[in-house]
Design a protein. Structure first.
Ligand SMILES: Nc1ncnc2c1ncn2[C@@H]1O[C@H](COP(=O)(O)OP(=O)(O)OP(=O)(O)O)[C@@H](O)[C@H]1O
Ligand SMILES: [Mg+2]
Length: 339
C-alpha cells in the first residue's frame, strides 16, 4: 500500500465570476522514502491539489479520495487534519516568511511545533531545536536559536522551515516550490539537505516545481500536470527518456538542454484551456501537434504505456509509441511553432 494514494481528486472554487474548476481528476501516489515530483505550467493545479488534500483550501468543493496510510483525508474533520499537519505530514512553502511568525524566536517556533503535536518536555524540545538547526546547516545553532526570522537570510529561513518540518519526523513532506525564491547555489544546498534528511528519516517527499531539471535531479517519480489533470506519470527515467504524452514531449522540448542543436527554448504554441468550465475533451487537444478526432470525445484516462512498470499516460496514442515518437512529435511541434 502506498503511503499516500490520491484518486480522482476534483477541486472547484465558487467565485463572483463563476466556478473555477482548478483540479479536474488528479491522481497520484507516493511511497515511503520516495520523492514524487509534480510539474506543470503555472495554474495547472499543483498547489491546489496538495493543499486541498491537507484541508488548506477553505471554501473549496472537493471530491475524490486521498488515502494516507489507508485513511481518507477528505472525510476527516478539521481537528483531525490539524493533528495530521505537522505530525504525519509537514508542508514547506515557497516563501518561508509567510510561514514563520516574525515576533517569535526561531528556536521557540521549532520547539512549539514539537510541544503542540508531540509529547516531549519543554527542555527536550529546546535541545532538539538546536540539534535540528545544526542538522540543516545553520552555523552556531545554540546561539542562532535565539534569533528572530528577520535575522536570517532567505536561504537560512528555508532551512529553518525544513528544520521545523523535520521536527516531528513526519512520514511525508510536501514542499511547494521550496527553492524557487533562492539563488542557484542555495537551491542546490536545500535540495541536497532534503535528500539527506530523506535518507536519514525515510521520509516521503512531494516536490512541486516547474523546473524539470530539479525533478530530473531529485525525484524518483514524476507526475506531469496540465489543466488540473495528470497527463503522464512515470519513473523519472521513463519520463525523460521515453516520454509518451505530446505535452510531456513539448515540455522537454521547451527546456534548453533537451531542445536539440540550437539549444533554443521552444515554447509550446497556444494557451492552456480556461478552468471556468469542466473540460470534456483532452485538455491539451487545442495545442497538440498530433491531435485527432478521438481526442475531442472525452479526456483520455491514464493508461499503461511503454515498457516500464508504472508508466502511465493520458493520451490516445498507441501505448508503444514512446521515445522515438518524441522526435516525431517534437518535429511536428517545432514545425507548428515556426509556422
Ligand atoms: N481560492 C481560489 N479561488 C479561486 N481560484 C483559485 C483559488 N486558488 C487557486 N485558484 C485557481 O486554481 C488554479 C490552479 O492554481 P494553483 O495555485 O494550484 O496552480 P499552480 O500549478 O500551483 O501554479 P503556480 O506554478 O503558479 O504555483 C488557478 O487557475 C488558480 O487561479
Ligand atoms: Mg503553486
Amino acid at each position: 500500500m502506498s503511503l499516500l494514494e490520491v484518486r480522482d481528486l476534483r477541486v472547484s472554487f465558487d467565485t463572483d465570476d463563476g466556478t473555477v474548476y482548478a483540479v479536474q481528476g488528479m491522481s497520484f501516489s507516493v511511497e515511503a522514502g520516495q520523492t514524487l515530483g509534480i510539474v506543470g505550467e503555472s495554474g495547472s493545479g499543483k498547489s491546489v491539489s496538495t493543499q486541498a488534500i491537507m484541508g488548506l483550501t477553505p471554501g473549496a468543493t472537493i471530491t475524490g479520495e486521498a488515502l494516507l496510510d489507508g485513511a481518507n483525508l477528505l472525510t476527516m474533520s478539521e481537528g483531525q487534519l490539524q493533528s495530521i499537519r505537522g505530525s504525519k505530514v509537514s508542508l514547506i512553502f515557497q516563501d518561508p516568511l509567510t510561514s514563520l511568525h516574525p515576533l517569535y524566536r526561531v528556536g521557540s517556533q521549532i520547539a512549539e511545533a514539537m510541544l503542540v503535536h508531540g509529547h516531549v518536555a519543554k527542555a527536550e524540545a529546546r535541545a532538539r531545536a538546536v540539534e535540528l538547526l545544526g542538522q540543516v546547516g545553520i552555523p552556531e545553532p545554540a546561539k542562532r536559536v535565539r534569533d528572530y526570522p528577520h535575522q536570517f537570510s532567505g536561504g537560512m529561513r528555508q532551512r529553518v522551515m525544513i528544520a521545523m518540518a523535520l521536527a516531528l519526523e513526519p512520514k511525508l513532506i510536501i514542499a511547494d516550490e521550496p527553492t524557487t525564491a533562492l539563488d542557484v547555489t542555495v537551491q542546490a544546498q536545500i535540495l541536497e539537505l532534503l535528500a539527506r534528511m530523506q535518507r536519514d528519516y525515510q521520509t516521503a517527499v512531494i516536490l512541486i516545481t516547474h523546473d524539470l531539471g530539479v525533478v530530473a535531479d531529485v525525484a524518483d517519480e514524476v507526475v506531469i500536470m496540465y489543466a488540473g489533470r495528470p497527463m503522464e506519470r512515470a519513473g523519472v527515467e521513463a519520463a525523460f527518456v521515453e516520454p509518451h504524452h505530446p505535452y510531456t514531449q513539448g515540455l522537454l522540448q521547451s527546456i534548453p538542454s533537451y531542445s536539440g542543436r540550437t539549444g533554443k527554448l521552444r515554447p509550446i504554441r497556444g494557451y492552456p484551456p480556461s478552468l471556468m468550465h469542466q473540460i470534456d475533451e483532452c485538455p491539451f487537444a487545442s495545442r497538440c501537434p498530433l491531435v485527432h478526432d478521438e481526442c475531442r470525445v472525452a479526456p483520455p484516462p491514464l493508461k499503461p504505456v511503454g515498457t516500464r512498470p508504472g508508466h502511465l499516460s493520458a493520451c490516445v496514442l498507441p501505448s508503444d509509441r514512446v521515445g522515438l515518437v518524441a522526435a516525431e512529435a517534437s518535429q511536428a511541434a517545432a514545425g507548428a511553432a515556426e509556422r
